[in-house]
Design a protein around this ligand. Sequence first.
Ligand SMILES: Nc1ncnc2c1ncn2[C@@H]1O[C@H](COP(=O)(O)OP(=O)(O)OP(=O)(O)O)[C@@H](O)[C@H]1O
Ligand SMILES: O=P(O)(O)OC[C@H]1O[C@H](OP(=O)(O)OP(=O)(O)O)[C@H](O)[C@@H]1O
Length: 237
Amino acid sequence: MSLKIGVPSKGRLMEKTFDWFGARGVTMQRTGAEREYSGAVEGIEGVELVMLSAGEIPRELAAGRIHLGVTGSDLVRDKLADWNKQVAELAPLGFGHADLILAVPACWIDVDTLDDLDGAAAAFRARHGFRLRIATKYHRLVRDFLTENGIADYQLVDSQGATEGTVKNLTAEAIADITSTGETLRANHLKILNDAVIHRSQATLFLARKADWGTAEQATLAALAARLGISAPQVSG
Ligand SMILES: Nc1ncnc2c1ncn2[C@@H]1O[C@H](COP(=O)(O)OP(=O)(O)OP(=O)(O)O)[C@@H](O)[C@H]1O
Ligand SMILES: O=P(O)(O)OC[C@H]1O[C@H](OP(=O)(O)OP(=O)(O)O)[C@H](O)[C@@H]1O
């Protein structure tokens, strides 16, 4: 049996993941035809590469179908209930940085904080007869954050992409999405609330607690962790 490691199958996260491991003597590369999602690992015995969408890696870890996985810390927290019971964070990788934030129209000059949003949400409901809509794909993280901050007068509307456009399109009043340069927010006339950074995300190496950790996989994990210069938690078969 080999230790399966899931990595993003395309884009910046894939390239930077390959670079991160390569710099530590573990060479990852895509194999096969240009569009074929298969890969190989060299430099360490017993490791199998599984190319996956970054968004699917949390679920594959939770199901134990892969032993290790690289994906954004935001995706693990959002997609898995009690994420730290299902996976362990082995190492932040120092790339793929993005902040999950709450933003409102820049023209809402009296709304700069969560407290302001709470007031605006109550006023909005009184005026319109329905709750202020926040568009996001990060349902669990946003709901938990708003609950922790005592904000209840809102509804989440699902947006799987182009979330900043929902305000202009009149399908939401506010948004919760990731930002890195801030350009998409500025271009869509939105501003971040001062105290509403919900999560600072980066690409992270995770371990699946419930994967099949036989003697061989445990030995491979120890060798890999030593090569990567990280400490691995005790796992049991
Ligand atoms: N500027 C950015 N835009 C989008 N994602 C970013 C950005 N910076 C970092 N990330 C991170 O990249 C991850 C998302 O990667 P990606 O878009 O490949 O995921 P995916 O859900 O698998 O995509 P797709 O649905 O297109 O296959 C998240 O963890 C996110 O925080
Ligand atoms: O702060 P910025 O540098 O402008 O980046 C943030 C944008 O990038 C992501 O979108 P992506 O391009 O992945 O498309 P999406 O809308 O389909 O998620 C994210 O959802 C924001 O819209």
